[in-house]
Structure formats: structure tokens, C-alpha cells
Write a protein that binds this ligand. Structure first.
Ligand code: FAD
Length: 465
């Protein structure tokens, strides 16, 4: 029996494999490492529950809710403490709460009168409709002003992409923002009018979407999907070559030091772009994957620290704090993890999850644990009034963390579509194509299922029997 091969045991590959199997299509999932989850990594130790990859899932699509239900995980879902809504941005060397209402915006000390005036003027600024690609930095300067870029968007971009606003493409990295200008001529007008359309489509804006995790952290989701997939998951099995063998595919799989060829009806590549570039693709007309090595993934270190509650002056009540470069700190931001989910720290303690590196300071991410803790604590002392040594410290180094949807990224997406057209039965899904968030990856994994089924039904690829 020839199954559909899924390459990659991150959330994209697991979601795709899970639903294909549910629909009666046999699957084999190959994961190069000894664990599932990819960028998701939770650790329970010394009474703390640390997340080194994503901390929460944003429920932006009903497909995400459905996956949790279908995996039988609804009872283990953990919604954040409703009091943990506040988000802070560092300015004047301290965290200032981000306003959440128009009144709050006009009275906040986070922005000067000139930034507030820029927002009032925004609906009257001419819209650019020539379709030309633009960096998020240029976009914000054009529609708002430099202060907005330096004190808000730069911090947001560091928090989401660990990226550089001067390089990220607004059309590729923040397509909804670009679409607001294209469709409504203004971000403010679009924000108001677009809300109605989202409601009709059953979608939720990222800034309003509920976020959640699970009782034992996000790792619960990949671990459960793996359990449900049973023997279909092969760990420590790296795919090195794909050969088109009408009407299906042969995969070279490297496991236990041995390379073997395995036949499949179709293939879903749900790995990373940098590993895709290393894959050999043998098709009747030669196709190269080498260009995907140009996709930049900056390094990031996730530093999780525990402190005695009494040793932190700031209440740390909220989601967390973003830090713009202009403020001169080394960390990119901090999530108040145990404010979101109290079970992340033992009684009388709190957990702070901090990020170091990214495009801002790539050289810092690979520093040893002691140095990372030292530089993180130095920033936290100023920003949150932390004193005393951490009661818990652990870090994970991601040498290639998050793909940067920089200017020109569209050519990579177009190339993936082109290859799919020229290599029937081969599909691409995941964070390097359909959006970098965990939610985007789930939706990408769910959506590829329909494409695979349609292709098999049309006779592309050997029909699984
Ligand atoms: C530090 C960090 C913080 C993040 N924070 C958030 C957050 O707060 N919110 C959010 O929504 N998102 C966040 N993200 C992003 C989110 O976690 C990822 O986009 C998402 O998990 C990607 O899932 P994926 O399955 O597409 O890829 P991955 O998780 O990267 O999984 C790909 C898998 O494919 C395997 N693989 C690759 N090539 C092969 C091969 N040839 N053969 C076999 N296996 C292969 C890899 O080993 C890996 O396990 C964060 C990411 C990082 C790194």
C-alpha cells in the first residue's frame, strides 16, 4: 500500500497527516529529529513550565478550534487569565501599557502629540495603489510617522518576526495591513469597515483573536497528534531526495545511518525552507530547490527565567512587554508567562520568557546560558525592577528561528506554486509559505489535505489503496 508521505513533524505536518488519516488516506510522516513539534518546545521542570518556542496559539480561524476538538484536546485547553490582557511597550526606560481604546490612545504617554496627530491625519493621506512592494518601515513612515515606527512598529516586528522593519515586506509579512490601504485607502477606515467583513467570514483579527495553550503547554498538541497517528510517524528519519516515479514518488529516507528508498503516492513537504534547499529533487525536467537557501532565518535564544514574586517590583500582570531598539536594551521582549497561565510557576514565583538575538542582535543569540541570563537580568532590573537571582533559568538556542518575509519574498512563494505545477503530487505547506504563526501553520496543514485529495482524485500520483 502506498501512503502519502508527509515530510516534517512540526505542527503543519502533524495537522496534515492527522486529517489525511482521518479521511481514510494512509500516511507516513517522516521527522528528521527524535521528537515531534518542531518549533514548539515545552519543558516541565522544578515546578516551572517553560515554553521555548511559541507560548500561545491565536485562534484566528475556526479550523484551529476544530483541530483541538478533533484531537480530543478540548478538556485540556487552557485559556489565559482574563486579567492578563495588558500589553506593554518600553519607553523612557520603563514599560508603558499600550492603549486599548481611542480615549486611551489620546491620553497615553506612550506617544507624543505628534504621533497622535499622525493617526488623526492618516485617513486623509493619499493611498498608494501602484502595487509596488514596500518595507514595513517605509509603509509606516508614509502612512503615520517616524515615531510610530521607532516606538511601536519596530517593537511589534521584533516580537512577531524577530525581524528588521526596514527589510520586511509589508505585502508579504503583514498582508492584511497592506490590504487595508489597497481596499479602503486608509488603515483606520479599513480597521473599522474590515471588522464587519471578518465577522461574516468567521475570522478574527490577530489583535482580537483569543489565545490559548494547554494544561501542560503547547507540546501537548503535537504529542497528542503523534499518538493519534501511531505507527505512521517515523522519528529520526530524514528525507534527502525525492524522485518522481510516475505516477508517484520515491523518497530516499536516511534513518539509523542507512538510506532506503520508499514509494509513496504523493508528498507533502512541511519542513523548513533551509532544509528544503538541501533536498535533491529528481524530476523528468530538472527542478532546483537551491534558491530556498536564500530565505533568511535569524537566530534567536529563548531565555526562560523564574523569580520570587517578592523580587520583582512590577506587577507583570498582562501578556508581556515589547522593546523597541531605540530604547537601547538587549532583549527583544518578554512574555509574562505565569500571568497568562498561573500554572507556569510555583506558588509565590513568576515566569518571564525573554527573547534575545533576531535581526537586531543576531550575534547575541548564541551566547552561553550564563551570559544570556546576565544580559537578560540586567535589562529586567531596569525595566521591571527585578532584584535577586533567578530561581529558574533555562534557554534554547534556535540557530534558524523564523523566516523573514523580506522584500522580494513573493518570488519564493511563486516558485513553490510553479514547482507544484511542474511536479504533480508534490505539495508545499507550512510557515515558510502560508504565514509564520502557529495558527497559520495549522491552517496551512489543514488546507493542504484538500489539495492532496483533489490531486489524487485527478490521477496525479498513485492512488493510495
Ligand atoms: C522562538 C520562537 C518563538 C515563536 N513564537 C511564536 C508565537 O508566540 N506565536 C506563534 O503563533 N508562533 C510563534 N512561532 C512560530 C511557530 O512556532 C512556527 O511558525 C510553527 O510552529 C511552524 O510549524 P511548522 O510545522 O511549519 O515548522 P517547524 O515547527 O519548523 O517543523 C518543521 C519540522 O520539519 C522537520 N524537517 C525538515 N526537513 C526535514 C526532512 N528533510 N526530513 C524530515 N524532517 C524534516 C524539522 O526537523 C522540523 O521538526 C515561534 C517560533 C520560534 C522559533
Amino acid at each position: 500500500m502506498k501512503s502519502v508521505a508527509i515530510i516534517g513533524g512540526g505542527i503543519t505536518g502533524l495537522s496534515a497527516a492527522f486529517y489525511l488519516q482521518q479521511r481514510g488516506v494512509p500516511v507516513t510522516l517522516y521527522e528528521a529529529t527524535g521528537r515531534v513539534g518542531g518549533a514548539i518546545r515545552s519543558l516541565r521542570r522544578e515546578g516551572y513550565l517553560a515554553e521555548f518556542g511559541p507560548n500561545t496559539i491565536l485562534e484566528t480561524s475556526p479550523q484551529i478550534t476544530q483541530l483541538v476538538r478533533d484531537a480530543g484536546l478540548a478538556p485540556r485547553r487552557l485559556d489565559p487569565d482574563p486579567k492578563a490582557e495588558a500589553r506593554y511597550v518600553a519607553r523612557y526606560g520603563r514599560p508603558i501599557e499600550m492603549p486599548s481604546s481611542p480615549l486611551g490612545f489620546f491620553t497615553t504617554e506612550l506617544f507624543t502629540a505628534s504621533a497622535k496627530w499622525a493617526v488623526l491625519r492618516e485617513p486623509f493621506r493619499p493611498a498608494r495603489r501602484d502595487g509596488a512592494e514596500e518595507s514595513i518601515a517605509d509603509f509606516v513612515k508614509r502612512r503615520l510617522n517616524q515615531e510610530f515606527l521607532d516606538h511601536a512598529i519596530d517593537a511589534l516586528v521584533a516580537g512577531v518576526y524577530a525581524g528588521d522593519p526596514g527589510k520586511l515586506s509589508v505585502q508579504q509579512a503583514f498582508p492584511k495591513l497592506a490590504a487595508l490601504e489597497a481596499k479602503y485607502g486608509s488603515l483606520i477606515k479599513g480597521q473599522i469597515l474590515g471588522a464587519r467583513e471578518r465577522k461574516r467570514r468567521g475570522e478574527v483579527a490577530k489583535d482580537r483573536a483569543p489565545k490559548f495553550s494547554f494544561d501542560e503547554g503547547l507540546q501537548v498538541l503535537p504529542d497528542t497528534l503523534r499518538e493519534r497517528l501511531g505507527a505512521s510517524v517515523r522519528l529520526n528519519a530524514a528525507v534527502t531526495k525525492l524522485t518522481r516515479t510516475e505516477p508517484g514518488w520515491t523518497l530516499n529516507v536516511c534513518a539509523d545511518g542507512q538510506e532506503t528508498g520508499v514509494e509513496h503516492s504523493a508528498v507533502v513537504y512541511a519542513g523548513t525552507a533551509f532544509k528544503l534547499a538541501e533536498l535533491e529533487l529528481a524530476t523528468p525536467a530538472p527542478l532546483s530547490l537551491a534558491a530556498f537557501a536564500e530565505i533568511r532565518y535569524p537566530p534567536v535564544a529563548s531565555v526562560v527565567l523564574g523569580f520570587r514574586r517578592a523580587d520583582v517590583a512590577h506587577p507583570c500582570q498582562g501578556f508581556g512587554m515589547l522593546i523597541p531598539k531605540i530604547e537601547g536594551f538587549k532583549i527583544l521582549g518578554t512574555i509574562f508567562s505565569s500571568s497568562l497561565f498561573p500554572n507556569r510557576a510555583p506558588a509565590g514565583h513568576l515566569t518571564l520568557t525573554c527573547y534575545v538575538g533576531g535581526e537586531r542582535y543576531p550575534e547575541l543569540a548564541s551566547r552561553p546560558l550564563e551570559e544570556l541570563v546576565e544580559l537578560t537580568c540586567a535589562d529586567l532590573r531596569v525595566l521591571l525592577g527585578v532584584k535577586g537571582a533567578p530561581t529558574f533559568q533555562h534557554s534554547v538556542y534556535w540557530p534558524k528561528a523564523i523566516p523573514q518575509y523580506n522584500l522580494g519574498y513573493g518570488r519564493f512563494r511563486a516558485r513553490l506554486t510553479e514547482i507544484e505545477g511542474q511536479a504533480p503530487g508534490l505539495f508545499f505547506a507550512g510557515h515558510y509559505r502560508d504565514g509564520i504563526s502557529l495558527g497559520d501553520s495549522i491552517v496551512s496543514g489543514v488546507n493542504v489535505v484538500g489539495r492532496v485529495e483533489r490531486s489524487l482524485a485527478a490521477g496525479n500520483g498513485a492512488r493510495p489503496n
